[in-house]
Write a protein of this length. Structure first.
Length: 60
């Protein structure tokens, strides 16, 4: 297979898949990605804070 055949195959696969994905699914995916990023950020902040608390207690 040459590059043009691969490009046309994957382009057709991508475009035919987009037609079957609903707007609701895309919005759900975006919302879940935002919620996941926010939760991940807050968990990392809390873990960093706990780590610093434990580190300070062990120094004393």
């Amino acid at each position: 297979m040459d590059h043009n055949t691969k490009a046309s195959f994957f382009g057709g696969l991508f475009l035919s898949s987009i037609v079957h994905i609903g707007v609701e699914d895309i919005i759900t995916t975006i919302v879940l990605a935002i919620v996941g990023a926010v939760v991940s950020f807050f968990v990392s902040v809390v873990l960093k804070w706990l780590h610093n608390k434990v580190k300070i207690k062990t120094k004393k």
